[in-house]
Design a protein around this ligand. Sequence first.
Ligand code: D5M
Ligand code: FE
Ligand code: ZN
Length: 656
Amino acid sequence: MNEIDIVRAVTEEGYQISPQAVELIKLSNSPESLLKYILSTVNDCVFVIESEHVDLKGFEASKTVFGIVSGTSSGTGSQIASGKTASPALEPSDPYMVKTFDPSLDALKGSGLISRVESDASSAFEVSESNTKIEPNILSSKDFAPDSIANSITNIVPASITGSIAGSIAGSVADPVPGSVSNPVYSSSSRSAEKPPSAFFGYPGSPSVPSSNRVSSTDSLFSNQGNAFPLNSRDEGVRYIPGRNPVTVFSDITGHSTCVGEYMQFVQYFRDRYSRLSEIIRNRINARPIESLKRKSFRRGSGGETEELSIIGMVSDISSTTNGHKILSLEDPTGSFSVLIRNSDKELFELACRLLLDEVIGVTGSVTNDGKLMLATKVIQPDVPNSVQRRTGSHGKAVLISDVHVGSSQFMEDAWLDFLDFLKGESDSEDMREIASQVRYLVVAGDLVDGIGIYPDQEMELDILDIYEQYKKAAEYFREVPEHIRVIISPGNHDAVRQAEPQPALPERICADFPENVTFVGNPALVDLDGVQILIYHGRSIDDLVASVPGVSYQEPAGAVLEMLKRRHLAPTYGSRVSISPEKKDYFIIDPVPDIIHTGHVHTLGVQRYKNVLLVNSGTWQAQTEFQKRVNLMPVPARVPVVDLADFDVKILAFD
Ligand code: D5M
Ligand code: FE
Ligand code: ZN
């Protein structure tokens, strides 16, 4: 293994590595295995792998205990599931763990290499009208939506790149050295083929809940556990920042991560996801536990006729019959059941074609005489109640941006400086100065800097090669923002925090350079801006939604957010492009329903409304990168949505 191989393997896992650590690994007897060991044991909060993380003694010991010696030997559970959220504490021989949560397979599926759901490209999805206003000098999102992104990324991405995506996104629990360990047990044809009766919710004989909750964070330079964020563990860290433009941070992982990747943590995570989402659906249907469907007495009405029943379950598998009907496998904590959706029922079938693995749905239907199949007549997603009211009574404006990518050679500094001039009230136009005078909040939804080692060959397109220098430059820019504007910064996949989501706020060492008016939050984060609730999420799952939901595209990214809202979940499918750390609580559940959902990541702009919720995907400040050129992804840089907090009107300002 040479230096480049080591750096590549590390960066694909979302870490950086010091030259000293590279040297130590290179000089060892079995660099590949050592690297794998380091990646599987390194603490979740570590961002840069230093020599101190090269634990040669531990590695030697592990060879005896776990047999992690040869990179080409057939994998044990811990090898296959190694990575940031997995630890050697996993039962090495637990086949269920591997079968159920093998993200490398899911990554392949998510990237279109293995198709789990046939797509039905014709279905139109419900989108309400954008109320974006067009002003002189000020554009509406419709005016400049890039006219063509000829192909979606999944259609034309070269296999070599897809492979590296699979490697890097598998992130939290994947084999860190692609190709070195084979997975002998997973069947790729159907996820449920070989799994236990209840894979999401645990199964008889599974390891019990650990008696103590080990906290994975340390006091390293890169942790954010300290004074910057006075947290109260009892109230889950609700933070109130008073002032003229106050902010309350409600839900945010910062300082609360407990994940070490043990089996029961996955079970707990899915239980939390199921119980909270099923509760939302339960308000609308009277559902029975799945197990009860197997009892005949429940299936027949008093006169012997077939009774309609409802169940609520997590979608664990989707397949098609030879006649083109859909079969869903649904799981709840009591068991699993197959549901048939006939293609003759057009509306229902269309909805079924849009369903995603791991989303929670309610199904009504009748059970066949043999008690093996439910014939569905209705499918319900958690969705947003029609009664949701928008909060009113606030005032002023919130400026929503994301994907600044400071440090990239494609960072559009001139446009950015114009934007800063606007915030300072120094624009040439009177209209712009008027808007600026009303700005109270500036919200950044991730990718503040370009980072280092995020994608292969990224260094070829960097102006600033040191991550700390990138943040220093960013801090310099933010010192220009007038003090009265409250700035909220949430991280993205290019930022210096763990790649697995939910991501904590940026580390103190980085925050320290920024001025007082900047508040750092996690990703996702639910935040109150003086009476208006905004859910900030970088939006990595948009890549998944574009790949798997018919009609969802990069040109209209807010459409992807709408799909999240219908599912009341920001990243419905587990183990695809988004590495989800199985925390005790599912931070991706959209509850309560916010007034605004602000996302970014895909570098295109989109504004939509759905049942009184404003969905905004802000663009970027980075011009098209080499990768984006190759996949024909046309970014929408230097366009800024500005939301009126009183009436939720959106104006788009142009700075290019
Ligand atoms: O992501 C910006 C968008 O581009 C997002 O849709 C992912 C995609 N992207 C950009 N570069 C790559 C590479 N190298 N591989 C896969 N996908 C990529 P951002 O997070 O801002 O880079
Ligand atoms: Fe980005
Ligand atoms: Zn991103």
